[in-house]
Design a protein around this ligand. Sequence first.
Ligand code: TTP
Ligand code: MG
Length: 350
Amino acid sequence: MYIHIDMDYFFAQIEEKRHPMAKGKIIVVCVYSGRTQDSGVVSTVNYLGRRFGIHSGMPIMQAKKLAPPADTVFLPVDKEYYAQISGYIDTVIRSHCKKVVQASIDEWNCADEDDKAAETGERIKESIKKETGLVCSIGVSPSLLGAKMAASKSKPDGFLVLDKSQEHEMISGSDIEKVPGIGGKTAEALRALGANLVKHIAKISPVVLVETFGRKSGAWLNGLGKGEYDGGLGEEKEQVEVSRIGTLKEKTRDPYMIMGKLDELESEAKEWLMGMKKSYKTVGIIFVTENLKTHTKSFSFRNPKGWNEDISKEKKALVDEFLAENPLEIRRVGIRFGNFMDLGGQTTLF
Ligand code: TTP
Ligand code: MG
């Protein structure tokens, strides 16, 4: 099963949290071009503002005409801050699921065993809320396409789990334009061929589909019409590192508490290394400070290390180094192993 996570009105929601005064108002996050005071476009807007017809990509000037001035706040984008929060959410998601691909600044695709995915999705949603105060929408479905569509259908603050037949019902009955991957132009051409809903595509001959949309897209659309939904995390690459991240009992700067948590996480990560028969050359310690910033300190060994080799000295040095440089309390810590070497047939060494 696949799990798709999409943060709701992401940039605007972050700003809403950052400026409690803006609660209850329309929040328009803008990319100002600087040419004139109001030139530029809307990056995103909260759901309240969407009711007034404001949307991403709209000129700021137009949004100003639609929004009642007394109830609206216009804010400039702060991409760096959003990226930081996105990175933090990434660590939260990865602490619940092993197969994760981040698809954009506010979207993640995950895969999990069929009987566990719904629960994993639920835990991810709860943890994101607990750790960041932000809401997201999550879809869980047998195909990635189904998971994506389930997430957007349930927005905002939604959670929707589908089985195979529910997934088929949703996708085949969907308006073609609601399918991720079908853009405006494709939708227009499909409508001209008589397809308004996904299931209507089945009536178009594969030859016509290929002629109109090319071999690759034509074949994909043909499958879609017949109810063949894509599987696979798509961009999934070979795992290049393993990390485990956890929350400390309380915010702290106490090296012993931090080391204790790291020991726990290290043994979890090393279980994976052992199972995958990997040795590593790099170890990183991840620190999430009370202001939600994520920092990493890492160390590279000259020779690959096996899962059973003690690295407490290096770990302690990284923790001490970080504490000396950063005055803030630490909320979450993690450990990351990377730069893998295959142990191949050498497993008897251990
Ligand atoms: P989206 O997930 O498309 O939008 P959203 O999170 O604001 O709202 P939704 O609840 O519908 O998911 O995009 C994520 C962020 O990317 C969004 O908060 C702002 C940014 N963005 C732009 O800057 N320009 C755009 O045209 C779009 C679509 C998004
Ligand atoms: Mg979003």
